[in-house]
Design a protein around this ligand. Structure first.
Ligand code: SF4
Length: 216
């Protein structure tokens, strides 16, 4: 019921545009760590204008030039390091193509992606869901917060607990929509501070809803 209501009430965020190429999705997701969408987009655009987004090019590019492109995305030094080491691993272990990882069963593919320095569960799940259509739900800060407020998962759930609870509650065919719609709900209504419970489209199903009162 919650999903139906969300589908009727919210536009899907534009994250879908990162779906085409798994390596681009990987790089975009690394850039998005700990920063907002506008900054991610700006940094990714800068990088795409200066370099071809391939492991071959990024592994050997001048570090300072990548840093310059990523400056607006924050943590640009760490992200540059991660991007270059991921590119090198993909070149050396997978001949520059991560399709062989994506064709593995979900858990094996997650494991292989997470062996790459700086690639954690969220980045792996984004790549696997968006670029390989694998049945997994990436958990970002919006998804985590909203899932807890809607009591789709206990308050103290960690990443894996939230993911497994959501995957239990929803059908596989809806995983992409669940991910995108919970992000949209978190951005528009269920914000970290002062969530907008009154106009929120799922307030009638939400145990945390404070109708008429804004959360502090
Ligand atoms: S009713 Fe309030 S707490 Fe519940 S999902 Fe909506 S905005 Fe979040």
């Amino acid at each position: 019921m919650i999903l139906k209501k969300l589908k009727c009430s919210l536009a899907l965020p534009e994250l879908v545009k990162i779906t085409q190429d798994p390596f681009r999705t990987l790089i975009m997701t690394i850039i998005s760590q700990n920063t907002n969408d506008d900054n991610t987009e700006r940094a990714f655009d800068n990088l795409s204008k200066r370099f071809q987004i391939t492991p071959q090019v990024l592994a050997t590019a001048e570090k300072s030039q990548i840093e310059e492109c990523l400056y607006t995305g924050g943590l640009y030094k760490n992200k540059t390091k991660t991007i270059q080491s991921a590119s090198k691993v993909i070149l050396e272990k997978y001949q520059g193509n991560i399709s062989s990882i994506l064709s593995l069963p979900l858990n094996d593919a997650r494991e292989k992606l997470m062996e790459i320095d700086g690639v954690g569960p969220k980045t792996s799940d984004v790549v696997l869901l968006f670029s390989a259509n694998k049945p997994t739900i990436p958990i970002d800060t919006h998804v985590a917060r909203v899932s807890k407020r809607l009591v789709l998962t206990p308050e103290k759930s960690n990443y894996e607990k939230i993911r497994s609870n959501l995957q239990f509650l929803f059908e596989e065919k809806d995983y992409l929509s669940v991910h995108l719609l919970l992000i949209a709900l978190g951005r528009k209504y269920c914000r970290s501070h002062r969530p907008l419970c009154v106009p929120c489209p799922v307030s009638t199903y939400c145990p945390s809803s404070k109708q008429g009162i804004q959360h502090g």
